[in-house]
Design a protein around this ligand. Sequence first.
Ligand code: FES
Ligand code: FES
Length: 163
Amino acid sequence: MRVVFTLNGRVVEVDVEPSEILLDTLRLKLGVKSVKRGCERGECGACTVLVNDAPVVSCLLLTVQINGSSVTTVEGLQSDSLFMELASEFGKNFAVQCGYCSPAMILTSYAFIKKVLENSVKPSREDIVRAIEGNLCRCGTYPRVVRSIEKVLERRAKAAPQI
Ligand code: FES
Ligand code: FES
């Protein structure tokens, strides 16, 4: 079956089997290696991508299901200022250790921050912890990830005091 979708701002067409998962299409056919293979059961979050700006695990999604959608991975956000600010905080706060979970963790964090900023809400620490709970990190970087998200939100709140 032919599937057409937008990948990191570029329209791609790819022939897939009806049972093919998006994780395989991205890694094996489209060369997107930032999307990691972990449990393949929807439990670890390592394969997270953004579909129409929402984080989803690509191991539980058939590629045919994303026909006409927009898929974003970290490769597509390298000139996005919010993403780069967040990535910089991950670095400063040592939120990247072995790095295996990091592309997915940053994508989930980025989607959360974007939603917070769009809705002008002030999340609690518990809200942030809940937002990233679907992304497992065997290096235990959770407090550092939370701190990175908080740092970005603090900076944005200073720039826009109503948030
Ligand atoms: S590989 Fe998809 S959730 Fe673990
Ligand atoms: S940084 Fe190693 S798994 Fe998260």
